[in-house]
Design a protein around this ligand. Structure first.
Ligand SMILES: Nc1ncnc2c1ncn2[C@@H]1O[C@H](COP(=O)(O)OP(=O)(O)OP(=O)(O)O)[C@@H](O)[C@H]1O
Ligand SMILES: CC(C)(CO)[C@@H](O)C(=O)[O-]
Ligand code: BAL
Length: 291
């Protein structure tokens, strides 16, 4: 694996692979890698000749009061994991390499980006769309891999790629979970031992939603309120976003009359956890560790 810091060196390497007729997969990350990231890597390796992983904690997507400075970072550990995962190129630029001057250009998907998680993190998804566009321009991958845990994020990237006719295939990858069902997430390290125990309420709420669906609950407001109350049974959990939406457009629905997406954004102290599930699919996958 070659670790690259500059855009120029990355371009040299990628263009040599391209000239040799090799396909390129990109896995964008913010580092502090876990099994979820490694599943994206495995998908990219299965479908491409060359896999590039980027590690970049992107300042554009953090609000002024968010955790940019304390976001967990461990490049030596991440590098070792990526070597054993068979990654070809690690792109790990510094902020000055990615943004040598303050950015004047913004890529935004305003409707999808301003609601749900966007409503509590204004500007977040414009920061994501802008850095992902830049990464796509630098790497020019055939395919790029994103986790379904960040469902709104992957939906926004898919829409951006479609609207702007970007020549890249966006591949959503199933959420990888810990043994008790909690979705793997770099921010899980922020949880105190008590909060970590309490966080299991999040996957349990997804299962509760499945139960409510089977019991025939169709009223959206009542359904969301029931899930909110279920999460509040755990005193350490603060459900900031509990929303049932259309699984493709993320639009609000009048009633539950088929598979619906349940999106959760739950705070535990200073830590926010995301999860989601399409409720009411015919084949219901049990929530267990997938890797
Ligand atoms: N549990 C998971 N399963 C599959 N993919 C995941 C999982 N967690 C994160 N990803 C994906 O990995 C990519 C990089 O995400 P990122 O580096 O922000 O990790 P993260 O664990 O989501 O971090 P954070 O805790 O900051 O949200 C994203 O596409 C994200 O959706
Ligand atoms: C896609 C991404 C790497 C862009 O910074 C980030 O939002 C993430 O890690 O999910
Ligand atoms: N995994 C999403 C990136 C973020 O929370 O900033």
């Amino acid at each position: 694996m070659e670790t690259v810091k500059t855009i120029a060196r990355l371009r040299e390497l990628v263009s040599a692979h391209r000239k040799a007729g090799r396909s390129i997969g990109l896995v964008p990350t913010m580092g502090y890698l876990h099994d979820g990231h490694m599943s994206l890597v495995a998908h990219s390796r299965a479908e491409n000749d060359v896999t590039v992983v980027s590690i970049f904690v992107n300042p554009l997507q953090f609000g002024a009061n968010e955790d940019l400075a304390r976001y967990p970072r461990d490049l030596p550990r991440d590098s070792a994991l990526l070597v054993s995962g068979g990654v070809d190129i690690l792109f790990a630029p510094e902020v000055e390499d990615m943004y040598p001057e303050p950015m004047q250009t913004v890529v935004d998907v305003p409707r999808l980006g301003s609601e749900l998680e966007g409503s509590v993190r204004p500007g977040h998804f414009a920061g994501v769309a802008t850095v992902v566009t830049k990464l796509f321009n630098i790497v020019q991958p055939d395919a790029a891999y994103f986790g379904e845990k960040d469902y709104q994020q992957v939906t926004i990237i898919q829409r951006m790629v479609k609207d702007l006719a970007m020549p890249v295939r966006v591949v959503p990858v199933e959420t990888v979970r810990e043994k008790d069902g909690l979705a793997c997430s770099s921010r899980n390290v922020y949880l105190t031992p008590e909060e970590r125990k309490a966080a299991v309420i999040v996957p349990h709420a997804l299962e509760e939603a499945e139960r409510l669906f089977r019991s025939g609950m169709t009223d959206i407001k009542a359904f969301e309120a029931a899930i909110r109350d279920f999460i509040r049974r755990e005193p350490l959990a603060d459900p900031e976003v509990v929303a049932l939406r259309h699984p493709e457009t993320l639009e609000a629905l009048d009633r539950v009359d088929g598979p619906v997406l349940l999106l959760l954004f739950v705070r535990f102290g200073r830590t926010k956890l995301l999860d989601n599930r399409v409720i009411g699919r015919k084949a219901i996958a049990p929530i267990t560790k997938a890797a």
